[in-house]
Write a protein that binds this ligand. Structure first.
Ligand code: HEM
Length: 150
């Protein structure tokens, strides 16, 4: 895929990201390791994750505009105390969801998984701090393209 097509468009935009987020949460909520971590799940999170990913992958900046932006995303993970086995299972379930929703796209799969490897490490680190911790200004929402972090 050429560099001038955003990852967002390559994936299939928000409809495809909604399918990915749905497939992922279906797995998470049925998973014995992750379900307890996601005990506070609400249905709107499925949409929020799709919108976040849309912005990161080069689509509209709607998470920043409407859902609190980077700071809010990070704050969602405070206090979760994510352990290595949680992060590993998260990545396994996301990989399985990509295989479901975007089959036969090995390069796209590895580009997305590189983002998820990077992002889950940040989520795990943040999750060790207690809710309400002042994170300072984390800067704008990161953007990820075919070549990685932009
Ligand atoms: C690239 C990695 C990640 C992304 C993009 C991501 C994205 C998000 C987003 C957008 C929300 C906000 C949902 C809302 O408040 O509406 C959220 C919340 C949450 N995330 Fe993550 N997350 C990542 C990694 C992880 C990991 C590794 C875990 C745990 C193993 C985790 C567990 C949670 C939980 C428990 C919530 C609380 C809300 C919910 O129940 O959905 N996240 N995440």
């Amino acid at each position: 895929m050429t560099a001038d097509v955003s990852l967002y468009d390559d994936i299939g935009g928000l409809p495809a990201l909604r399918r990915l987020s749905n497939a992922f949460y279906e797995r998470v909520l049925a998973d014995e390791v992750l379900a307890p971590v996601f005990a506070g799940f609400e249905l709107r999170h499925v949409e929020h994750v799709a919108v976040w990913l849309g912005e990161v992958f080069g689509g509209p900046a709607d998470f920043t505009g409407q859902l609190g932006g980077h700071q809010s995303l990070l704050r969602s993970h405070l206090g979760l105390e994510i352990r290595d086995e949680h992060r590993t299972r998260w990545l396994e379930l996301m990989a399985a969801s990509i295989d479901d929703v975007l089959p036969g796209r090995p390069e796209l799969r590895s580009t997305l998984m590189a983002y998820f490897e990077w992002g889950t490490a940040i989520a795990q680190k943040i999750s060790q701090a207690s809710p309400g911790t002042d994170l300072g200004d984390p800067g704008p929402t990161p953007r990820w393209g075919h070549g990685g972090l932009v």
